[in-house]
Design a binder for this molecule. Structure first.
Ligand SMILES: *[C@@H]1O[C@H](CO)[C@@H](O)[C@H](O)[C@H]1NC(C)=O
Ligand SMILES: *[C@@H]1O[C@H](CO)[C@@H](O)[C@H](O)[C@H]1NC(C)=O
Ligand SMILES: *[C@@H]1O[C@H](CO)[C@@H](O)[C@H](O)[C@H]1NC(C)=O
Ligand SMILES: *[C@@H]1O[C@H](CO)[C@@H](O)[C@H](O)[C@H]1NC(C)=O
Ligand SMILES: *[C@@H]1O[C@H](CO)[C@@H](O)[C@H](O)[C@H]1NC(C)=O
Ligand SMILES: *[C@@H]1O[C@H](CO)[C@@H](O)[C@H](O)[C@H]1NC(C)=O
Ligand SMILES: *[C@@H]1O[C@H](CO)[C@@H](O)[C@H](O)[C@H]1NC(C)=O
Ligand SMILES: *[C@@H]1O[C@H](CO)[C@@H](O)[C@H](O)[C@H]1NC(C)=O
Length: 336
């Protein structure tokens, strides 16, 4: 059918012409704005002086070739990945030297273990495509900027091992894509905001070693995908709600060194995936529930330094994985 072939050919040629024409008319505008935004990125990176040794060696090379920087095909920065293994570092590096507004395509930003000091500037909220933010292991201080709540694409947020203080903002409840949230080893105070219960994708929630008080809000028990919950070393009060039974995927529960001052709930026996249960030094009262013997995946159980009385339920002796973690049967992998 030659006529139909020629018709499609005509259509194809026509479409191509239109596209070429439109593209051609605006090519210079696009190219100009692209190169000026790339220039802004290069200038912003240069101004940090974090890569000063690189700049000294080859000041004309594109930053896309500098250590820890990844760009897209258009030469725009998409990832910045620096940690303590990333060679030399500027002595008094601060996040305020980084112009967050200059990186429209940044999706991953990791500056971990880099001796960063100072606060987290509110401008961080302008990197709207960010999915991974890791600022762990620095000397960052001050409060979490509320603008963090604008980073709605965030999947992983790690600000652990710093010197942050103040409350955990209720606005973090906006970060509905979060899967992992780590704020441990800081000086955060106040209570756990109930809005964290809105983060239903969370698999890892870690607020350990802070100065958080109050009870665990019941909304936390809505986080059905949680695999690891670390709230140890805070000033949290009990009781532990029976709703904890809803966290059926939990493999790690660490609440030690708090002020729970109430019994272990019987319902804990329904959390069949638990591998690691640490409730030591928490003022636990009452007796050890016999249901604990149902947690056949347990490899780590620590209840020492509590006010627990009574006898050890015989079911505990059936927990064969406690001493032989390598022989676990039908237990999901720890923390995964
Ligand atoms: C080119 O872009 C400008 C603004 O970016 C727009 O106003 C104009 O209509 C475009 N031209 C064509 C031919 O699409
Ligand atoms: C980078 O910054 C230094 C000063 O810190 C300056 O001398 C140099 O010209 C800058 N390079 C570029 C490419 O902007
Ligand atoms: C940061 O970058 C933006 C956009 O590139 C620019 O408009 C602004 O002036 C820069 N701010 C500073 C303090 O350099
Ligand atoms: C953040 O970076 C540190 C240091 O490289 C690493 O140990 C940690 O696992 C990272 N956090 C996340 C959530 O990947
Ligand atoms: C909880 O901590 C805050 C400060 O972070 C304090 O003002 C409040 O009194 C504490 N509440 C209790 C019951 O200890
Ligand atoms: C816990 O699970 C039960 C039944 O599976 C359900 O009725 C209840 O609403 C759940 N509670 C929460 C807080 O999700
Ligand atoms: C629990 O884990 C299983 C297997 O990893 C997964 O299919 C399921 O969606 C998770 N969430 C809940 C609430 O069971
Ligand atoms: C493990 O699971 C399989 C199938 O799901 C089952 O046949 C087997 O009996 C289970 N083994 C133990 C020790 O529970």
């Amino acid at each position: 059918m030659p006529s139909s072939v020629s018709i499609s050919l005509v259509i194809l040629v026509w479409t191509t012409t239109v596209i070429t024409h439109v593209g051609g008319a605006n090519t210079s505008t696009v190219a100009k704005s692209q190169s000026s935004s790339l220039h802004q990125e290069a200038e912003a990176l240069n101004r940090t002086e974090w890569w000063w040794w690189r700049q000294y060696e080859e000041s004309t090379s594109s930053p896309c070739k500098w250590g820890g920087i990844v760009c897209n095909d258009g030469g725009s920065v998409t990832k910045i990945n620096l940690d303590s293994t990333s060679t030399i570092w500027h002595e008094n590096a601060q996040l305020r030297d980084f112009n967050f507004s200059s990186f429209p395509n940044l999706v991953r930003f990791k500056l971990a273990g880099m001796r960063l000091s100072g606060s987290i500037p509110p401008e961080i909220g302008s990197v709207s495509k960010l999915t991974h933010l890791n600022l762990s292991g620095n000397f960052l201080s001050g409060e979490l900027p509320l603008s963090l709540a604008k980073l709605t694409q965030l999947v992983v947020l790690d600000i652990s091992f710093n010197q942050m203080r103040g409350p955990i903002p209720i606005q973090l409840g906006n970060l509905r894509s979060l899967v992992e949230l780590y704020l441990g080893e800081n000086y955060f105070s106040g209570t756990i905001p109930s809005t964290l219960g809105l983060l239903t994708c969370l698999t890892h929630l870690d607020l350990h070693s802070n100065k958080i008080n109050g009870t665990i809000p019941s909304e936390i028990y809505n986080l059905k995908n949680l695999k690891a919950l670390r709230l140890d070393k805070n000033n949290l009060f009990g009781p532990i709600s029976s709703k904890i039974r809803n966290l059926t995927n939990l493999t790690l529960l660490s609440l030690f060194s708090n002020k729970i001052n109430s019994p272990i709930p019987l319902e804990i026996g329904e959390m069949r995936e638990l591998r690691h249960l640490d409730l030591h030094d928490s003022g636990l009262t009452g007796s050890i529930p016999s249901t604990l013997g149902l947690l056949t995946c347990l490899t780590h159980l620590d209840l020492h330094s509590n006010q627990i009385s009574g006898t050890i339920p015989s079911g505990i002796y059936n927990l064969k994985n406690l001493m032989k973690p390598d022989r676990k049967k039908n237990c999901s992998h720890f923390g995964n």
